[in-house]
Design a protein around this ligand. Structure first.
Ligand SMILES: [Zn+2]
Length: 193
């Protein structure tokens, strides 16, 4: 059981990170691409940054009351930043591509297809981790812009002030709803048996 959980966490987190990095490639083809620069210089990385993302991510996983989902909540939320890796190439891109609704939806789809079509918790966390990540980005910088509706619009969405609270609440609620859905489905199945 223990090693099963461990493998689940490692596999899902690795794929989630790869997905975010691959999705950032879409930004190469968008007309709004520009030269962003080295992410370590432009975005900066600090202990606060990493810890904050993990803590807010763990909070969305906490709602499930299951250790493995609690942990992937924290890991997904920080690993989403693999979409910055493309900036190292020094070519024109749209920064933070995975900080978007479309990435969240693709992540639900891919993660559930690969790791379990009935794993609603995994699906919900895959999407909610994006919101939770954005939440801390806003909290940390006070105001921040994201290609939230990419690729459907090239305009960035600006979030500021207390928007981070709203983002985190929606994220927690989504995971909460998935917990209810999976409980209901389980009860139905048991009833059938
Ligand atoms: Zn970020």
């Amino acid at each position: 059981m223990y090693s099963e959980n461990f493998t689940f966490i490692v596999k899902t987190s690795t794929l989630y990170g790869i997905l975010a990095a691959v999705f950032s490639l879409v930004g190469l083809f968008l007309s709004s691409a520009y030269l962003v620069g080295n992410p370590l210089e432009v975005s900066g990385i600090s202990v606060e940054h990493v810890t904050g993302h993990i803590v807010l991510g763990l909070m969305i996983g906490l709602v499930t009351f299951r250790l493995k989902y609690f942990l992937i909540g924290g890991i997904f939320s920080i690993i989403l930043d693999t979409d910055h890796l493309i900036q190292f190439l020094g070519i024109e891109v749209v920064p933070r591509m995975a900080h978007s609704i479309s990435f969240g939806l693709i992540a639900i789809f891919v993660m559930m297809i690969i790791f379990g079509k009935r794993d609603y918790l995994l699906g919900a966390i895959s999407f909610a981790a994006v919101l939770s990540h954005i939440s801390f980005d806003i909290l940390l910088s006070g105001t921040s812009e994201f290609p939230f509706f990419t690729p459907f619009t090239s305009e960035v969405t600006i979030f500021k002030g207390y928007d981070w609270i709203l983002m985190e609440i929606v994220a927690v609620m989504l995971v909460g709803i998935s917990v209810l859905i999976s409980k209901r489905k389980k009860m139905k199945n048991e009833f059938k048996l």
